[in-house]
Design a protein. Structure first.
Length: 276
């Protein structure tokens, strides 16, 4: 069943678990993620990042994902990830995304809040949820223009009260696209944020966070974890293994029928770790 972010995250916040938000890049990984969620009777979020949006149009993406979400036995949210242009976010809302993220983390907080307020006013009547970011989560590779800045409590509070988003992404030492090793979470800053805020919190860069920290955060008001690298690595590893084991294999469907179960297994592990 198709759902928005608010309807998925509020039960998670009340019951002390978190929802996995997987970056997906086609039918196969989307199918694997939904299969994993159904096997756990868990809600899940299919997230479209900038790379995917530049690869396919938003109409094409929705045309592929919406029927999958509607026919799913569990709640599935179709989410637009980090987007820096208000008009593009509104276009996604009109296309059929059920959740959008405007990333104003590189803007002064007043401009960030004003943009979120504008988007919320546009999205809410259409039943679409809005995610904001305060502070700035850096990237381990690529997008060098993105700064690294821990979330300030006062700015996060101002966003919650004035911008009124449905979820808030925070920066507490997490880093996008970590391929090896783990980051150290700033627990002191996190505890101050969760004490001050009532809004569902979001952590990006899950692949670079230790399991023990993920469990702690998922039990403490973080209701959404964005997952990208671990699933992409699973896809690449499975694809190489499948082709290496049968060099004569060339049929795409046969190849993907071997890869999808590996992706599902990876997604199940993440969902279980988050408490579902």
């Amino acid at each position: 069943m198709i759902s928005n972010l608010k309807d998925i995250l509020l039960p998670a916040k009340d019951q002390g678990y978190a929802v996995a938000c997987f970056n997906v890049f086609g039918f196969e990984d989307s199918r694997a993620v939904i299969d994993a969620a159904e096997s756990r009777n868990a809600s899940v979020i299919l997230s479209i990042n900038l790379d995917m949006r530049q690869f396919m149009t938003m109409d094409q993406i929705i045309g592929m994902l919406k029927p999958m979400a509607i026919s799913s036995k569990v709640p599935v949210c179709i989410h637009l990830d980090h987007t820096y242009e208000v008009d593009v976010v509104k276009q996604a809302i009109d296309c059929g995304f059920t959740s959008v993220m405007f990333d104003g983390s590189q803007l002064p907080i007043s401009e960030n809040i004003a943009s979120i307020h504008d988007i919320v006013s546009y999205a809410n009547p259409k039943g679409v949820s809005v995610e904001a970011e305060v502070g700035s989560v850096p990237y381990a590779s690529g997008r060098d223009h993105i700064k690294s800045e821990l979330t300030e409590v006062s700015e996060a509070l101002a966003m919650e009260r004035e911008g009124k988003p449905d979820a808030l992404a925070i920066s507490i030492g997490n880093v996008h696209r970590i391929e090896t090793g783990c980051v150290e979470i700033n627990v002191e800053r996190f505890n101050k944020l969760r004490a001050a805020l009532s809004i569902p919190l979001v952590v990006h860069g899950t692949s670079g966070i230790k399991d023990k920290d993920i469990k702690m955060l998922s039990e403490s008001q973080v209701t959404k974890f964005n997952v990208g690298t671990v699933l992409r690595k699973s896809f690449g590893n499975s694809l190489r293994s499948t082709l290496d084991s049968n060099p004569s294999l060339f049929d795409r469907i046969q190849i993907m029928q071997k890869v999808i179960p590996d992706l599902k297994e990876t997604a199940v592990k993440v969902i279980k770790l988050l408490g579902q």
